[in-house]
Design a protein around this ligand. Sequence first.
Ligand SMILES: Nc1ncnc2c1ncn2[C@@H]1O[C@H](COP(=O)(O)OP(=O)(O)OP(=O)(O)O)[C@@H](O)[C@H]1O
Length: 264
Amino acid sequence: MAATEEQQFPLPKILTYPASAPPSLIAQGAEGRLYKTTHLESGLPCALKFRPSKPYRHPILDARLTKARIAAEAKVLDKCYREGVPVPAVYALDAATGWMMIEWVEGRPVRQGINDWLGERPTEDAPAVEEDETPFVDLMKRIGEAVGNLHRTGVIHGDLTTSNMMLKPWAPSQSSTESGDKAKVVEGDVVLIDFGLATQSSSDEDRAVDLYVLERAFASTHPRAERLFDHVLESYKHAFKKAPSVLIKLEDVRMRGRKKSMLG
Ligand SMILES: Nc1ncnc2c1ncn2[C@@H]1O[C@H](COP(=O)(O)OP(=O)(O)OP(=O)(O)O)[C@@H](O)[C@H]1O
C-alpha cells in the first residue's frame, strides 16, 4: 500500500527514514494529509499530520502560512492536553516543514458509532423495536462533557462534527456486559481531533457558534437522532460553569441561522 501512496504523493522527508513499518496514508484533505507511522518509536503508532507546500502560493507567503497553521494547531492541542481535555498528545513538531506528530487514537469516528447504533431505523421518532437508549444517551453526555471541557480551557474547535471526534475503546473491564452487543458500538472515550480551525477565545458568542456548528452537523449527519442532541447540551451545562450564558447566546445564534436560511 505504501508504495502506491509514495508514488501518488511525495512523502514528507521525516517519513522517508527507516522505521519498523512503512507509513500509511489515512486521509487526504484539502489542506493536508494524515499518515499513521511508527517513525518516532517502533511499537508506538503516531499520527503524522502534514501540510505540504502549495505550489500556487508565493513561496515566502506559503512557508509563513504553513508554519503558522501547523504551529497554531500544535499549540492549541498541547494546551488542551495539558488541561485534561480529551485530545491526542503532541509528540513532535516541525513547523518549518509543515508536520506534527501526535498520539494515534485507536478506535473509530463517533459518526460511525452513531450510524451503527441507529442502523436501519425507519424514522426519527420510531425506534425499530422498543429499546434501551441509555448507551446512546451516555455517548451524547460524553460528547457534551468533552466540549464543555474544551470551552473551559478557552479553546474553540471551529469544526465540531461527529467525524472530528473519535471513540477510543474502553478496556474490557469498563465495557458493558448488560446492554448486549449493540451497546458496544457507542462505547468508548470521546477524543476530539482535527484542530486545524481552532482558535483561542472565551467569548460566549464564539462558544455558542461552536455548539451551533455541532448542532447543525449532528442534525444533518444523524437526522434520526436529532431529538437526542439535547443530552449533549445538558451535559455541557454540567461540565462547564459558564455554560448557562453560552446556551442563552446559542438561542440568538440559532435565530440568526434561521433568518439567514429564510433569506437564502
Ligand atoms: N490522532 C489521530 N489518531 C487516529 N486517527 C486520526 C487522528 N487524527 C486524525 N485521524 C484520522 O484522520 C482523519 C483526518 O484527520 P484530520 O481531520 O485531523 O485531518 P484533515 O481533515 O486533513 O485536517 P484539516 O481539516 O485541518 O485539513 C480523521 O477523520 C481521522 O479518521
